[in-house]
Design a protein around this ligand. Structure first.
Ligand code: ADP
Ligand code: MG
Length: 709
């Protein structure tokens, strides 16, 4: 640091002593740009010199697997005594032949470890609270593939005279030691660390002042202090997230379009639909949701609604009925979907009905020819097109609507909030309906989409066929193909899904392109087999889709491009190879392509035999469970929120420390933030002055961006 320049929390780290632009680039990879970022770079855990060890090298070392960046020299002996400090990520009881076992899963950021307690007392188990930091000691052994310590000794509030060293997330050649040094010099620079929470909140929530918290975060004398530091900083992150959501919700409430009551067009469309498919009868849930949406549209407030419904619950028809209502009031509607395949499908379906009721439909996707694109742009611009279906091509800057009033975003989980907001900016103050099949538990949904109202379809359409799910090992594949042949003989169609398009040497995976060749020349040589993946040209994709949906193709070999939205009733079975490579939510989505007709459908997951415990649990879970909500909970339990639902998704400030699963802290932060914005929307109360200052200083960009929506 140049001594003449005063270093503040907003200073770029490159100006710190001993850093410079090169190192700053590497820091950036860790999300560290300013001194503030550096100071809140949370250590994953703390090590006591030479005593506390990482979990992961042990597992990997013992299994003889190669771990990138891991040097074999510290591989411990099996049966070694070890000491670990980590967080509790799960607790459960298990029945075994030796009686009940209480199992606590511990994570130290490098790996996980099971603590197994035999002969435990019920009372003792209540001490193992989720997310608590503990220290354990004991002898390492294996339980199946899991690393475990049986009956370890536990320290609940680890403390000691020894120094604790922060272990940071790293990138490239950065080392813990180096980061520690930079942090230490920054502190030595007498940097001012302003408080960001009103003092009454600190008091009420028993939180450390910011400066102290940041100091303890990096230099804890005791682990308890590190714990308190984390608590304070986690709370703060969630609090600011909620303040932004509260402000956003407030701004949305303001103005909006007041659409006309009822809808003749919607009625006409529905009549047409039910004449052609007499068995189509709206479910109770669908009726309720349409009513909720219509009511919102007719009010003078802007609608921002999330429609949650499991795969196949019938969200599309709701989108159509709402878009038609908007058209009736003289506005344009847009339906934005995540893939071109899905856009084409919606377009195809709609073009069967809409012209008959005099509504002009358009398609806008990236791979249109330049000429077609020019024409559709023009029609969107002059208002000729009343409903347009498209991908994110819709948010390109060249697209200008004449009078966009209603937006549907399908399969929200595939878009970020950024895109949600960009499309909203194409209109003055449109009503927005966001559709998602990601079954987020309600409490969590409220928090992540805290600015949206939520409608739920909690009922499947009647007459959907049964679905049978099975999980088999690869060595049964011939039987699987036999089964597929028997389905094909009945005139049904089948999807076969692979995790990758092409194989590679690094990943020993079956790939769509090669398997397609093998299958169509081998077991399925007397059938028509098609191939669909993301790298095909648009025309090719459309042709394959068309051929499969018209029944010309019996089998569709595909990657996850078919994951969302496709709706082909005659396809009664799906084989997913390397099912272990997919997430639970994804498998559930894929399986959702089935059960679209009245026949029984079959979904078969194929995996190799040697799987990790978690992969096995996942496949077991989805084999048994059809309900997307229950699966989502299972998934959260197995993988944690981070992977299930990246923070990137909501486009709000990224959470560095906080865990969205910690619903207690979350709901505290939420109710506080919402109450403050409710009681003092302009933040004029002197007590809240600090909130206004921080908003201006830190979140100005975010605020603009939020108001944009
Ligand atoms: P998703 O919610 O996954 O988008 P879709 O809207 O694609 O589901 O609907 C799934 C299938 O169920 C479609 O074939 C659709 O026509 C049909 N469907 C939807 N609602 C009903 C209903 N009320 N009665 C009968 N079939 C319905
Ligand atoms: Mg859909």
């Amino acid at each position: 640091m140049n001594t003449k320049m005063k270093c503040t929390v907003d200073t770029n780290v490159q100006y710190l002593k001993g850093v410079g632009p090169k190192v700053a680039e590497v820091f950036k990879k860790l999300g560290v740009e300013t001194v503030e970022d550096l100071l809140t770079l949370a250590p994953r855990r703390y090590a006591r010199k030479s005593l506390i060890k990482d979990i992961s090298p042990r597992v990997q070392g013992f299994q003889g697997l190669r771990v990138p960046g891991f040097k074999g020299s510290t591989v411990p002996e099996f049966n070694e005594e070890m000491r670990v400090v980590g967080r509790i990520i799960q607790t459960r009881t298990k029945r075994t032949s030796k009686g009940p076992v209480f199992v606590v899963k511990l994570s130290d950021g490098t790996g996980t470890l099971d603590l197994s307690f035999f002969n435990y007392s019920r009372k003792a188990t209540s001490n193992f609270k989720w997310n608590k930091l503990i220290e354990v000691e004991g002898v390492i052994s294996f339980w199946g593939r899991n690393l475990q310590i049986v009956n370890p000794s536990v320290t609940f509030s680890p403390s000691s005279k020894e120094k604790f060293l922060p272990i940071y997330p790293l990138s490239q050649w950065l080392t813990h030691k180096y980061i520690r040094k930079v942090v230490r010099t920054t502190f030595a620079n007498d940097i001012e660390i302003p408080e960001t929470l009103p003092s009454y909140i600190l008091k009420e929530e028993k939180l450390l002042p910011r400066e102290k918290a940041i100091h303890y975060l990096h230099f804890p004398q005791k682990l308890e202090l590190a714990e308190l530091a984390h608590q304070r900083l986690e709370f703060e992150e969630l609090f600011w997230l909620q303040v932004l959501l509260a402000l956003r919700k407030k701004s949305i409430r303001k103005k909006g379009i007041k659409f006309k009551k009822g809808s003749e067009l919607a009625r006409q469309f529905f009549d047409l639909l039910t004449t052609e498919t007499p068995e189509f009868k709206l479910t109770e849930a669908q009726r309720r949701v349409i009513w909720e949406i219509y009511e919102d549209m007719e009010s003078k407030c802007k609608m921002n609604r999330l429609l949650q419904g499991d795969v196949g619950s019938g969200k599309t028809v709701i989108a159509i009925l709402s878009m038609l209502k908007a058209v009736e009031s003289g506005y344009q509607s847009a339906l934005m979907v995540p893939t071109e395949v899905l856009a084409e499908q919606h377009y195809l379906r709609l073009s069967h009905y809409l012209p008959k009721i005099g509504v002009n439909l358009g398609l806008l996707i990236g791979s249109l020819s330049a000429q077609d694109k020019r024409r559709i742009k023009e029609e969107i611009n002059n208002g000729e097109v009343q409903i347009v279906v498209g991908t994110h091509a819709l948010i390109e800057s060249g697209i200008k609507f004449k009078k966009l009033g209603f937006i549907v975003i399908d399969e929200q989980h595939k878009f970020g909030v950024m895109q949600r907001i960009s499309i909203a900016q194409k209109a003055k103050s449109p009503d927005i309906l966001v559709l998602t099949a990601t079954p987020i538990p309600r409490s969590l949904a409220l928090t992540i989409y805290g600015d949206l109202d939520i409608s739920v379809i909690d009922e499947m359409p009647p007459n959907v066929g049964e679905i049978h799910t099975r999980w088999v090992y690869e060595n049964k594949i011939q039987e699987v193909w036999e089964f597929v042949r028997s389905e094909l003989k009945e005139g049904r169609q089948c999807y076969i899904v692979y995790p990758v398009i092409e194989g590679s040497e690094k990943l020993d995976l079956k790939a769509a392109r090669e398997e397609y060749e093998r299958l169509r020349k081998g077991v399925f040589k007397d059938y028509e087999v098609g191939l669909l993946h993301g790298r095909l040209k648009r025309k090719e994709k459309a042709r394959v889709m068309e051929e499969f949906s018209s029944g010309k193709l019996n089998i569709l070999v595909a990657t996850t491009v078919i994951e969302v939205g496709l709706d082909i009733p005659n396809a009664s079975c799906m084989i997913i190879e390397h099912a272990e490579r997919f997430g639970l939510a994804q498998l559930h989505q894929l399986r959702g392509r089935l059960r679209r007709g009245k026949t029984k459908s079959y979904c078969i997951f194929v995996s190799p035999e040697n799987l990790g415990e978690i992969a096995k649990e996942r496949l077991k879970a989805i084999e048994k469970e059809e309900d997307g909500f229950k699966l989502a909970e299972k998934d959260l339990e197995l993988r944690g929120i981070g992977e299930f639902f990246g923070t990137r998704q909501h486009g709000l400030p990224e959470l560095k420390l906080a865990n969205l699963m910690d619903t207690r802290v979350l709901s505290r932060a939420r109710s506080l933030a919402f109450k403050i914005i409710e009681d003092d929307p302009r933040l004029e109360n002197p007590e809240n002055k600090i909130i206004r200052e921080v908003l201006n200083r830190r979140y100005q960009e975010k605020l603009k961006f939020l108001e944009g929506g």
